[in-house]
Design a protein. Sequence first.
Length: 176
Amino acid sequence: MPDAPITDAALNGLGFSFGFDVPFMVLDEISEPDAADGLVIERVTDIAGLRCHFEIVAQAFETPFGCFGPVCHPAILGERFGFFVGRCDGVPVATALYAVSTGAGVACAGIYNVCTLASHRGRGLGRAMTAHAMDAGRREHGCVVAALQASPMGRPVYERMGFREVTRWHMWLPPR
């Protein structure tokens, strides 16, 4: 990262290697959520819902579910987090979550795990899930801004929603 040359040198020295950049994006004002035809969004309230959320994330990001198993714990269902599952025709197909932070006296909805199964992409579900998570953070915690890390697939969606890139994060690969 250009603004962190000491970190880069330290990680290189430990055998880590640069993997890829991720745009960090901010939305300066959360607005009313968009809807997507046929999408019903449910809030996760229990372990079964968390498991469903992370099963979709694992499948959409082509990652083994075992990577997420340890976080399927009631402790992350606290008041500063909102997990959501989107269903089409009763089938779980999309996810999003918010995590509230209040640094600098401003409530921010950090948006994570926005994903849609490949079979349902291109229908506006990711946008609707993102908007829903941000709106829940606004309504429940007074969040006025939102922040997220964008994938190449998600970036154009977020830009159309009004997000702007404020920096890029380097993702590092561990030593082999």
